[in-house]
Structures are given as C-alpha cells and as structure tokens.
Write a new protein. Sequence first.
Length: 411
Amino acid sequence: MADAQLTPPALTADLPGTGGSLRQSPEDFVVEEIPIYLPCGSGEHVLFEIEKRGLTTFSAIERIAHALQLSPRLIGCAGLKDARALTRQWLSVERTTPEAVLALQIPGLRILQADRHRNRLKIGHLRGNRFAIRVRDTVDDALPRALAILDVLQRRGLPNAFGPQRFGLHRNTHLLGRALLTQDAPGLLHYLLGDPHDDDAPNEYRARALADEGDYVAALAAWPHAHGSVEHRVLTALAHGQTPEQALRRLPPHLKRLYVAAFQASLFNRLLAARVSRIEALETGDLAVKHANGAFFLVEDAAIEQPRADALEISASAPLYSHRVRLAQGAPGERERDLLREEGLTLESFRVPGADLRGDRRPLRAPLSDVSAESDGDGGLWLRFALPSGSYATSLLAEVTKAERMADLDV
C-alpha cells in the first residue's frame, strides 16, 4: 500500500495552504493534556503534572522512578508525548507522597503540581490535548489562508485520520500487520528485515537488501542495530537455519499488537478517504457517535439525525477491525465488509494469539475547540487549538500547510 494511500485527501483541498516548516525547536510545538479529572486530595496514589522538554514519556517515567527509587511499573500515564516538543502531561505514582514528588529535581522536566488521588492513571484517561504550534517560513499571505481553512474545519470537523507516526519510519508497519493476519511469513520478513528505502543509512540499506536476497548470514553481519533488537534476533535465527515461521516466533506480543494496530489504522483511513468530501453527511445504517459522551447508536433514518450532525453534535464512524467489532448496516456496512473482502480477510482473521486487539469504532471527524491563528512576527504563524483524545494534530497541520504528504510534516 503506497504512502499516498495511507493519507486521506484534505477536506480543504480547494483552499491554498500556508506552506512552512515545523519543529525547529521544542518550543515550536507545545502540547498540554486536558485531563478527565484533577486530584481529589485523598487516596493511595499521587497524581502530578509535569512539563518536559527533549524527553519521551517513557524516558520521563524512568527518570522519575529512578529518582524516587521505585519501579517504573508503579507510574501510570494517560497518554504518550513526543520528545521533540514542550509537553505538559499528568502522571500517577504509588508508594510515595506529594511532597517527595514536588521535591524532585530532574534535568529536562519540572513538576508543576502534585496531590493525592484514589486511582492510577491509565492510557485513555484523557479528555484531549491543547496545542500551540509555530509554523515558520510560511507564504506572505499565510494568516488569511490559515483562517479560511480553520473556519471550514471548525464548521465541518477535522478529518480524524491516523497520522503518519502510526505507520513507522518506513511507512510499512501496517503491511507488517497485514502479513501477520494473513500468516504470510515471507512477507512479514520482507517488511521487517528487507524493503530498503533510499533514505536509509548506507549500512542499513545494504543489510536490508541482503535480507531480501535471502543472504541472512551476510545481512546479520551487516545489520547496524544493537544485538538486542528484534531484527537482530530474527536474523540470527534465520542465519542459523531456522524457517521463517520459526524465526518469527521471536516477535514479542507488544510488537505484534503494534503491527495489527497499524493495519487497523490504515483500513480506517481508507474508509475515511471515501467520505472526506461529505464528511458531515450521515447515511442510514451508520453507527454514529455522540461527541459529548462517546456513545454510539445506529442511524435508522439519516434525514432525521442530519441536523445534529450539521451542528457537530454527532458524526459517522468507521471500524477499527477485530473479531469483536460491531459493523455498520446498510450501505456503510457494505463498504466496511467490502474492504475486508478486498484484503482477503474476515473479522475472524483478527483473532491472532498475542495480538488480539479489542475492536472499536472511531469517529470520521473530530470537533475543534479553542481555535486561533496569529502571526509570529517573524514570517510565520502560531496555530492554537484543542482536539479530543486520540486525534492527531498532524491532520490539522496537513490541512493548513498543504504539505504534499503528512509525513513531510515530521510531527
């Protein structure tokens, strides 16, 4: 599946973009979590907010755990945040006190507040994220262009595509997932160990080319990554004469889940692409979502429900396929089933040991809030907006800048 097929068309394709570049410094990309709840003041957990720069969420958790002399497993988070940004997010920790957390002095992060709470934070315990993003080196009339695009997105909703980061540096993680679901061991090896790209480092390009040729001994010798990597472990097994099926048993469950999730995301983006031009329109048989509470319901008469969709109270949805997902009815349901048949799959195909993901529905669009744009005074723009949890700022940036590919945004 080509990179272009991973990216639905822009809703505002008829409006010119601002151009520009992103992330010249972490302060150009500021993200603040919008929590579902704040600390209640009592309980066995400490809920605390951090500001970090140049650290992934996992790195921050490891440093905090080390400083508190606790296991990282005792620290929970609601969402994962990038290292190349200035981010504020909430964490929870057990077996310590707010005072101990507030006293932490760790390079790259600050503790903003801390208090007791009754439960651990888990992924998804998040209302959304608030963004402030600087787009540098834009065209001269970037501000009116941005405002026109944002006006459309506020009225019609932001296409809720999965961003390019879901598909990995090679943009092929979804293909690993498809190979896993179809039990295509040679295909899985190709995308894991082969499939060289022009922008690979020379030694990695050579190792991947050798793997595609089946010369696993030479590929292992040339492989540039650490000996503990999954690629190195699989190559070692192949170089010692194991079959592809035997070698791929070395894939850990979390990577299998990552691959299948990427394939789910690619199928969602394809269903979204077919409806972007009429993204606010409901069809009879849709499973619509209420944005206020996330509840889904069957649209029995699209004409009756359409005014609520026009007001962005509800939206159509598409599946994240699994053997447990609920599919739509009518014409939308037929498209969902046709896509599976086109891929040679059924819902039961998603019942994979070690990668059995829960099925879900995802809105085709996301409501925007707290939206503004202004000049940065230096030939660029500041964009400010808030999105629900699980929606990608990349999608908005692609609409505003009109980058040729979402991957070009590098966010």
